[in-house]
Write a protein that binds this ligand. Structure first.
Ligand code: TYC
Length: 101
């Protein structure tokens, strides 16, 4: 029977998935000064003046703009910090997060 011996054919396949990324979204409002929005984008998201201006204008014109994508924790922390920076100055500036895809 040596010729007919078979080995088990079951293989354990480990599946590793990348963590889903989350978008940070800047929402427009009628009260926060444009310059302040740019200041927050530069401070919290390490943007250049030019990048921050482009994102601010896009949110201003279209109502919202994706700022960047991060892991869930980082996205939520940055959105909260940026929103709080506006609130500390009495502005209704709002950053939200949502999963990508
Ligand atoms: N709409 C604001 C104004 O006219 C500026 C602004 C832009 C506020 C983008 C929020 O996400 C924003 N002063």
């Amino acid at each position: 029977m040596a010729d007919t011996d078979t080995k088990p054919r079951t293989k354990v396949k480990t599946k590793v998935e990348r963590p889903r990324l989350h978008k940070v979204i800047l929402l427009n409002d009628d009260y926060t000064p444009r310059e302040f929005v740019i200041t927050v984008l530069k401070a919290e998201f390490r943007m250049t003046e030019g990048q921050a201006h482009k994102v601010m204008i896009t949110a201003h014109q279209r109502g919202a703009c994706v700022v960047a994508v991060f892991t869930k924790d980082v996205a939520e922390t940055k959105a909260t910090r940026a929103t709080d920076a506006g609130r500390a100055r009495g502005y209704p500036l709002l950053f939200t997060t949502e999963p990508e895809e």
